[in-house]
Design a protein around this ligand. Sequence first.
Ligand code: TXA
Ligand code: MG
Length: 326
Amino acid sequence: MTDTLTPTAQNIMRAADLLRRGHLVAFGTETVYGLGADAQNAKAVAAIFEAKGRPHFNPLICHYENAEAVFAHVEASDPARQLASTFWPGPLTLVLPRRVTCPVALLAGAGLETLAVRVPAHPVAQKLIAALGRPIAAPSANRSGGVSPTSAAHVLAGLAGRIAAVIDSGPCRVGLESTVLDLSGAQPFLLRPGGVNIEALEAAIGPITRGITPGQAEASRTLRSPGMLLSHYAPALPLRLNATSVTPDEGLLAFGPRLSGAGVMFQLSETQNLNEAAAKLFEALHWLDAEGCKLGLRAIAAMAIPDHGLGLAINDRLARAAAPRN
Ligand code: TXA
Ligand code: MG
């Protein structure tokens, strides 16, 4: 059962409380409705992917109350500060390097070293973030592959029964998603045109590379930093999938009862809960990789994950991490 809440002060507190307890709440922004979760709660973030029926983990935008809160979690640069002071709050998302101390769940950024951040202009969105006191991770509030919602009715058409509540703040003013600009490389890349036009951005910070797809942008960044797979975190150690046995020189990525002979191990979910496993996946890969390299292990062996629900996204991610690299 999904509650539809009018945006009263009391309902915003109630929505913030639902988020604090790990539930999903959709809310209007000036661009489109977002499907929100507490960005620092990995399980809640995993639930976003489940509710959307996403077959893979796309990185999500984290919504902050103001620029100061943003720059406490990601590294500021001169162009980032410049754009923040001109366009925030508003329909602009910046992709910036995470600070090492950034408490946002790795899953929210799909394991990347960067994070997409924005300060929405809609007063209800702002009040909700302030009431939670933490950033809210939110993709557009539609089922995977569907059209972005610009009203509470659109949200309910796709997600009724899958989320705790939607705050109905009326139709979205911009009606188009935010512009996504990647400032994490040597040159600014336009990853997605949106609510702020590129000429306005260029007037503030100079030339922006455009007319390329995100894939090309990532490929070009990968070329600039050889050996680093920026599009998706790949561990340094080789990853072996569907392991039914494990050797002493392998770290085990366990899902359910551990394999006999396992030494170094990270348990994704003792009870084989896919939501719990999704929430821990990137943390597990980082940890096994670091631990394995320290101990001189040869590989990471991953136990099989069922191919349904969030298992699809987990397996998509594991297959990418295991893909041959050079
Ligand atoms: O207006 C909007 O941006 C809306 C409202 C709710 O804020 N949100 C939205 O989120 O459109 P979503 O998840 O539908 O789109 C996020 C886009 C995706 O294209 C994603 O690939 C990109 O931002 N993105 C997120 N994090 C990224 C990162 N670290 N690096 C590169 N691209 C990233
Ligand atoms: Mg979307």
